[in-house]
Write a protein that binds this ligand. Structure first.
Ligand code: FAD
Length: 421
């Protein structure tokens, strides 16, 4: 195995040659000049296409130079190195200006680890190398209009037809479906089994006949997620993930990776770079000597540091090839709680400047963080559901009594418990 020192030297040489080192004094470039949030404008899809192309180009360069899948198995295109190597690379790359890699959070953070854990050899061969090289991008097709927190209620059905499956149904809130090439879909394969047991997971080709993607606009102004309709879409059996009717176990692998990825900053916006921007904003408004502001800022920094150590432990487990467990809900909850703290702090510091599109530097652009936090608290499992999982599966507390769907208000009306006491 390449030693860490040797690897660091190679990675530094690669970055020095292909990227520009970020200058300390110019770290906070977001919001410079006109402070308009690009995503509010109609041309957001055009801008997104440009950003995606740049992101893919950078990933390809990384991959072709041996930095695209540092911890992955060599047979599928990885380098077979340790998580310490990955951390060393991440730390180095954060000092350079490189295109935003957020487009790959779902594909590489959730779908690829699931294919690696549950895919056939053919599927691993077809997708993993291509995904890590950004030749294809992946999305996650789990939620439906009637199945979110209660994911096991999915109604999209898959019926076997020889060596193929035929999928029909509707998904919703599918982030990035409009630029994805493949998706991980959970479908019902046996309606007669209990709901958690009759599900199967597949990789679906997003360009196959019968797949229709319709954008949804969210309150941040962007349109990053979609409704996806499947009308008799054919999937080869070799693209099945895991055993027939064991889709729940496969979905859990994805969800635990998702919670770790969001907690690590992929969706929560609670990462170190956000903190750097906040510190620069406080300096910009001359508030860095205000004792109350300093105290709140210290609180944000401490929470972010604790979260980062926690995430490091979680990500090391994943990179060491272990399946992430229910403790990943803690990583997700920590990430979104920190993002919420940051949004609250920014709102208090900026006051009305936050909501006025005045063109003043470092003001209105923050509305994207503030408006995005509620979504982050829902995506990948809501805060309430994360607390249930931590309570039941980490702390061993009694199970959530659930909702009596036949008569939901009866118990409240008579003041009794669900068991009739
Ligand atoms: C920004 C964003 C991106 C997303 N991207 C994707 C994606 O790429 N792919 C995908 O498949 N899905 C995606 N989703 C969907 C997401 O997974 C669901 O929104 C989420 O699981 C919640 O489901 P729901 O919206 O149906 O809400 P519901 O499940 O209907 O929940 C409604 C409310 O009830 C609460 N609740 C539900 N059950 C319980 C319980 N047992 N105890 C206590 N409270 C409970 C919830 O906390 C919530 O407040 C995304 C969502 C967001 C916001």
């Amino acid at each position: 195995m390449t030693s860490l020192d040797e690897f660091t030297a190679q990675a530094t040489a690669f970055l020095e040659t292909n990227a520009t080192r970020r200058q300390e004094s110019r770290q906070f470039v977001w919001g410079e000049g006109s402070d308009k949030v690009q995503m509010f404008e109609e041309r957001d899809r055009e801008l997104e296409t440009e950003m995606l192309a740049a992101a893919c180009e950078w990933r390809r360069l990384r991959f072709d130079n041996g930095f695209g899948w540092i911890t992955g198995p060599e047979e599928f295109g990885g380098q077979g190195l340790s998580s310490a190597h990955q951390r060393a690379y991440d730390a180095l790359e954060s000092r350079f200006d490189v295109p935003n890699q957020g487009f790959f959070t779902i594909g590489l953070g959730m779908v690829a680890p699931t294919i690696a854990a549950h895919g056939s050899d053919g599927a691993k061969d077809r997708y993993l190398r291509q995904m890590y090289r950004a030749d294809i991008v992946g999305c996650q097709l789990f939620s439906e209009p009637g199945a979110g927190s209660d994911l096991a209620s999915v109604q999209t059905k898959a019926v076997r037809d020889g060596d193929e499956w035929i999928i029909t149904g509707q998904k919703v809130w599918t982030t990035g479906a409009h630029f994805s090439d493949i998706g991980e879909v959970i479908a019902r394969t046996d309606p007669d089994l209990p709901k958690h047991k009759g599900l199967t997971a597949f990789v679906v080709d997003m360009h196959a006949p019968g797949v229709e993607v319709r954008p949804l606009r969210q309150m941040t102004g962007g349109a990053s997620f979609n409704e996806v309709f499947f009308n008799e879409v054919r999937i080869p059996d070799d693209d099945r993930l895991g055993e027939v009717n064991n889709g729940w176990g496969v979905a859990l692998t994805t969800l635990m990776n998702e919670r770790a990825a969001i907690g690590a900053g992929g969706g929560g916006g609670g990462g170190a770079s956000m903190l750097t921007r906040i510190i620069e904003m406080v300096r910009h408004f001359g508030l860095n000597d205000d004792p109350l502001v300093r105290q709140r800022l210290a609180d944000l920094i401490i929470n972010a540091r604790v979260q980062s150590y926690n995430n490091q432990r979680a990500m090391d487990k994943i990179r060491a090839g272990q399946l992430p467990g229910p403790e990943m809900s803690g990583a997700k909850l920590g990430g979104t709680a920190n993002a919420a703290r940051m949004a609250e702090f920014v709102s208090e510091v900026l006051g009305v400047k936050l909501i006025a599109d005045s063109g003043e530097w470092g003001t209105y652009a923050w509305s994207q963080l503030v408006m995005g936090v509620p979504g982050a608290r829902i995506a990948g499992g809501s805060d309430e559901v994360m607390r249930n999982i931590i309570g039941e599966r980490v702390l061993g507390l009694p199970k959530d009594p659930g909702i009596d769907t036949t008569s939901p208000f009866r118990d409240l009306a008579v003041g009794t418990q669900k068991d009739g006491r």
